[in-house]
Ligand binder design. Structure first.
Ligand SMILES: [Zn+2]
Ligand SMILES: [Zn+2]
Length: 232
């Protein structure tokens, strides 16, 4: 069962003005799916086949352990995954096929595989709302910024749903992404200047103090140092 386990009202996400709205949306999808996968779903045979095949990335293993659920379902999933790894990848002398399979496993994650297509579908909904709903356009254009990778996703997936509105949408979105990069660069420069002997003893502005973490979040679509928070 990999169908949509959560519906998110797009307008509600955009009524908030705090960071990248697509990151907020991703955080909700992610947290709900972690909740789902650490619940009874973990015992379903078809889910087990999939978690054995894909495994999880470090981030999502971390979230499974901090989601507040019991650790037993995680242990059962790991046990089953280990059996699969031993049988399929370690039972005989390594050949190219086996090593390729290990490398594929290193780069796959059951939760990441769920998030990507669902987020793309929500991005299509965002684009349709932008095309048809003036109030939503106002909310979209009032966002503080769009992070770099979600800028890429919006531009890549917007052409079909937006039609004639696409060029305007791209320009607005690029402005949201670029303007924030401008302000981050200023804040980073202010941080760097604070180390100049001429500025010794001067207080550091709050924007400069947080500039490194905020820039990393903008560039990676994840809060700096965050491995397990849902970010909601
Ligand atoms: Zn983002
Ligand atoms: Zn993952």
């Amino acid at each position: 069962m990999k169908e949509n386990i959560c519906t998110i009202p797009v307008n509600e996400i955009f009524e908030v003005n705090d960071g990248c709205p697509i990151c907020r949306m991703r955080n909700i999808i992610e947290a709900k799916y972690i909740d789902y996968i650490t619940g009874p779903a973990m015992m379903e045979p078809d889910i087990r086949i999939e978690t054995n095949r894909a495994g999880f990335c470090e981030r999502h293993y971390g979230m499974m352990l901090t989601s507040g659920r019991a650790r037993l379902p995680v242990a059962l999933t790991l046990e089953s995954h280990l059996i699969d790894v031993r049988e399929k990848l370690l039972a005989k002398k390594p050949d190219k096929k086996t090593l390729d399979a290990i490398q594929t496993l290193e780069n796959s994650c059951f939760v990441c595989e769920y998030i990507e297509p669902h987020l793309t579908r929500y991005i299509e909904t965002i684009c349709l709302s932008y095309r048809d709903d003036a109030e939503f356009r106002r909310l979209y254009e009032g966002q503080p910024y769009i992070c770099l990778s979600h800028y890429r996703m919006l531009v890549q997936n917007g052409k079909k749903p937006l039609g004639r509105e696409y060029d305007r949408f791209v320009e607005i979105t690029r402005n949201l992404t670029r303007r924030y990069a401008d302000s981050l660069q200023n804040d980073i420069a202010a941080f760097r200047d604070a180390f100049d002997y001429k500025n010794a003893g001067k207080p550091l502005a709050p924007e400069a103090r947080t500039s490194i973490e905020r820039t990393i979040e903008y560039l990676t679509a994840r809060p700096c140092g965050d491995k397990s928070e849902s970010g909601q």
